[in-house]
Design a protein around this ligand. Sequence first.
Ligand code: FAD
Ligand code: PYC
Length: 417
Amino acid sequence: MQRYSALSIFHRGLSGHESWRPQWRRAAPKAAYDAVIVGGGGHGLGTAYYLASVHGLTNIAVLEKGWVGGGNTGRNTTIIRSNYLFDESAALYNHALKLWEDLSQVLNYNVMYSARGVMMLAHNVHDVQVAKRHIHANRCNGVDNEWLTPEQAKEFCPPLNISDNIRYPVLGAALQRRGGTARHDAVAWGYARAADALGVDIIENCEVTGFRKDAHGAIEAVETSRGLITTRKVGVVAAGNTSAVMRLADVRLPLESFPLQALVSEPVKPAFPCVVMSNTIHAYISQSDKGELVIGAGTDAYTSYTQRGGLHINTHTLDAICELFPMFRRMQMLRNWGGIVDVTPDRSPIIAKTPVKGLYVNCGWGTGGFKATPGSAHVFAHTIANDEPHPINAPFNIERFRDGFLIDEAAAAAVAH
Ligand code: FAD
Ligand code: PYC
């Protein structure tokens, strides 16, 4: 099994592009488009790509208030898996996982997807029961997941400490072998370059500041920091900021925004073969192709729109990492950062039409939307193009919070929040 994907330099070679970070053709927006996507993260750029490649809509633009991939897409710890509990989620995340498998070929851009396995640790009886319930549910849905004893977990991940004299001994683990990682910013650039090649305009430094509606309440234009743009269809994919953007159209959503932090160590030779997550002790870890240990924490306890969080969260996470992997105790940390994640009451996303005609929203991915990027973008493009949800995202509507058809994935989210 290939545990490590190509080196960064290979990424440059495979892209067949002179510049490491591609340049987009258009720097300023046109006055009118058939559709506009708000947010130049992986989900927004992917949506534009599928609108153009699958639905033939090419007179469209992605408006990004900062730079492409500068939001959560470029800030996450890149864990990809589909081991969610409910049938609806299994369909959604497995759809994404299948698209990951040949995404580099489809985009002709190496997104460095590496199916090195995601192992989720159990530290108490409750964890064991929850993990086994997920394993059984996953298998019913054709999602691979298996139970490992502590010894098998250590065989899969040799640095793991399975002694029973630690605060939270490892009682076993759920392993999804098809899970893994990808290079996050390559996903944004890959989709952007492929969309750009199909004629999509990607406009950076362009913030959406308002919406205009016609006499029937349907979208007719977006106001931006770079002028008014006429359009009848707008897809908002502005993770973390969704509530603020949707409020501009008088749409209120059940979302809370929290900081979520991650950090990387100094680079070292390949030492860590897979991804390990522990919700109970608030830590997850993998090793990037550059050699850095990529480590993440739970969300901060307070809501905020700042892309930073409290230091104590990181120290708590590093305590956990040092206990689980004592060989990393003397590693130095290189840098840390935060993103803002928007969280729904059931920890599942909203990918849906809204009460405003012509306005669509894709949000609420909380701590876990990177893994869904291709699948989310694919079904959101379908929703915008057809003004109807794809069967896969139909359950992820806004009405479920009124009607009670919640898809409660708090446990499968696997990150404390
Ligand atoms: P983003 O990449 O955030 O894109 C949204 C864009 O909208 C931003 O670029 C923003 O600038 C833009 N925008 C906002 N408002 C406006 C406006 N008014 N006008 C124009 N543009 C606007 N998920 C996983 O599956 N696995 C993980 O391991 C994982 N780890 C994570 C670790 C951290 C520290 C964080 C913060 C998140 C993590 N996630 C993870 C979650 C994942 O990163 C997100 O769910 C996902 O990247 C969301 O992608 P997106 O394209 O929707 O959002
Ligand atoms: O959803 O797998 C996940 C995840 C890992 C770290 C943050 N989110």
